[in-house]
Design a protein around this ligand. Structure first.
Ligand SMILES: [Zn+2]
Length: 434
C-alpha cells in the first residue's frame, strides 16, 4: 500500500489518541529536559540517550546505542552517545526516519526560572532545550505511539534517532550515524529532523557556509623604527577595509529565491568572527612591528552561488592587494565548507507534510529555509537522502534564549501532524472500516 489519503475516521482516531497520551508525552519531555545535556562540553549524553532509548524500547523499537568511538569529540569524560530505534513494518520500505538532537546550548544569563526544572505555566513548558529541540523528540516518539495505540499498524518502517552535538556541528551525531550506515539512501526514503519550526513551517534547507582564515605576513622590526619592518597588521587592515567597503555591498546586492527566514537573511553575507596579530593582549608588552596578523571570516552563501566562485572572489581580492603592493604577503586557509541544501518542494515528503499541517492547523504550511545550518547537511551530503526537511514544535525564535519555552498545544499539534504524515507516507496494514 503506497502513500494515500487518510480517511476521516483514521484521522480522528489518531488525533484522539494523541490527546489521550498527551500527559505521558509531556511527562517524558519533562524527564528529558531535566537532564542537562549541555553542549559544549557535552554533559550527560549517556543519560539522555538512555532515557530516549528506554522509551523507544517500551514502545516496541529495536534499540541501539551508537557511540562515536574514534572521533576526537568522544572522550572518557564526555562520551558521545547517540540512540537509534527501528520499528519494522511489514516491509522495510518505505522507511521514515525521525531525527532530533538532544544536546542543548549552555544556559547563559537572564533566566528567571530554573532552566532544568521543566516547569509548566500558562500552557508553556520552560527550560533550556525545550524548544530546541527536546519537544520535537517527544512529539515524534509519541506521534508514532499514538498510531499503535489506535490499533493501527504501519506498513513501512519507522526509525527514530536521538543524536548529540548538533549545536557544535553534528560530526559525532548525525554525521557519525550516516558514516556508519545507520542512515542512508539504501535504507531511508524520508527524514524529518524535528527542529523547532513554529509548528506550521517546513524548513527545506539552509544556506552555505564558508569559514576561512586570512593570515598576513610582514617583517619584524623595532616599534620605534617601523620603517625597517613590514607591518602584517597594516596589511590585514587594508584587506578588512576592502571586505567592509567593497565586498559587503556586493554581497548585500545578491538575493536568493529561496524563502530564507528571517527575510533579511536572503542576502549573501560575511562576518569577521575574530582578528588577531602582534603581541598578545595579556603579557609583557614589547615594541615590535607585527610580522603576522590574521582574521577568521564567516561567509554565508546562497544556493545560487557556486562555492568555487565564493572562494575565488576572496582569492582574487587578496591577489589584487598583492598586485598593488608586492610586500603584501598572505595565506588563505579554508576552515570549513558547508554547501547549501534545498529539498525539492514538490517531493512526496514535503507535500504530504504540508497537507497534514493544513489539516491540523487549519492554515497553509509555510515553506522556509534556514540562514544557518543544521544536521540536514549530513543527511543530504553524507547519507544521500534527498527527501529531508526540518519540522517540529517550538518557536525557532525561542532557541538559545533565556526563559526558553515551548507551548504544550504546539507539541500536541506537531505530534498530530507527524502521526498523520507517517500514516500517509508509510501506509497502514489494516484500514479501519470506513
Ligand atoms: Zn536545534
Amino acid at each position: 500500500m503506497a502513500a494515500s489519503e487518510v480517511s476521516a475516521k483514521v484521522h480522528d482516531v489518531i488525533c484522539r489518541n494523541i490527546e489521550q497520551i498527551q500527559d505521558e508525552m509531556i511527562s517524558f519531555l519533562q524527564d528529558l529536559v531535566r537532564i542537562p545535556t549541555v553542549n559544549p562540553p557535552g554533559e550527560l549524553y549517556r543519560e539522555g540517550a538512555e532515557l530516549i532509548g528506554n522509551q523507544l524500547k517500551r514502545f516496541g523499537y529495536d534499540t541501539h546505542y551508537i557511540v562515536a568511538e574514534g572521533l576526537k569529540e568522544h572522550t572518557a569524560e564526555h562520551p558521545r552517545v547517540n540512540v537509534f530505534g527501528r520499528m519494522k513494518g511489514s516491509t522495510t520500505r518505505p522507511s521514515l526516519h525521525f531525527n532530533g538532537h538532544f544536546d542543548v546550548v549552555p544556559v547563559g544569563k537572564g533566566w528567571t526560572r530554573d532552566p532544568f526544572a521543566a516547569s509548566i505555566e500558562d500552557g508553556k513548558m520552560y527550560g533550556r532545550g525545550v524548544s530546541d529541540q527536546k519537544a520535537g523528540i517527544a512529539a515524534s516518539i509519541f506521534a508514532v505511539e499514538a498510531v499503535r495505540r489506535a490499533g493501527l499498524k504501519l506498513h513501512g518502517t519507522v526509525e527514530q534517532s536521538g543524536t548529540v552535538d548538533e549545536e557544535s556541528g553534528g560530526f559525532a551525531g548525525v554525521a557519525h550515524l550516516a558514516r556508519q550506515g545507520w542512515l542512508g539512501k539504501e535504507k531511508n526514503d524520508y527524514v524529518i529532523i524535528t527542529e523547532p519550526t513554529d509548528t506550521d513551517h517546513i524548513y527545506l534547507g539552509h544556506r552555505g557556509v564558508y569559514w576561512f582564515k586570512v593570515t598576513t605576513h610582514g617583517r619584524i622590526a623595532h616599534g620605534s623604527m617601523p620603517h625597517l619592518g613590514v607591518s602584517a597588521i597594516d596589511h590585514l587592515a587594508d584587506f578588512l577595509h576592502g571586505v567592509t567597503h567593497d565586498l559587503k555591498p556586493k554581497l548585500a546586492a545578491r538575493k536568493t529565491e529561496v524563502p530564507v527566514q528571517p527575510p533579511k537573511s536572503r542576502y549573501a553575507s560575511i562576518n569577521v568572527n575574530a582578528v588577531f596579530g602582534g603581541q598578545p593582549e595579556h603579557g609583557t608588552q614589547t615594541p615590535c612591528v607585527a610580522d603576522s596578523s590574521g582574521a577568521i571570516f564567516d561567509r554565508r552563501f546562497l544556493t545560487e552561488e557556486a562555492f568555487e566562485e565564493v572562494r575565488g572572489e576572496i582569492a582574487e581580492m587578496l591577489e589584487r592587494y598583492r598586485a598593488a603592493n608586492p610586500e603584501f604577503q598572505y595565506t588563505l586557509e579554508d576552515l570549513m565548507v558547508v554547501h547549501p541544501v534545498q529539498t525539492d518542494k514538490n517531493c512526496d515528503l514535503v507535500q504530504t507534510l504540508a497537507g497534514c499541517i493544513e489539516q491540523v492547523a487549519g492554515r497553509e504550511a509555510i515553506y522556509a529555509a534556514s540562514p544557518g545550518t543544521y544536521d540536514q547537511k549530513h543527511v543530504v551530503r553524507i547519507a544521500n537522502v534527498a527527501q529531508c526537511v526540518a519540522y517540529g514544535p517550538g518557536l525557532l525564535a525561542q532557541a538559545h534564549l533565556p526563559d526558553e519555552f515551548c507551548r504544550i498545544d504546539d507539541i500536541v499539534a506537531s505530534a498530530k501532524v507527524m502521526a498523520l504524515t507517517a500514516v500517509q507516507l508509510l501506509g497502514l496494514e489494516q484500514s479501519l472500516t470506513k
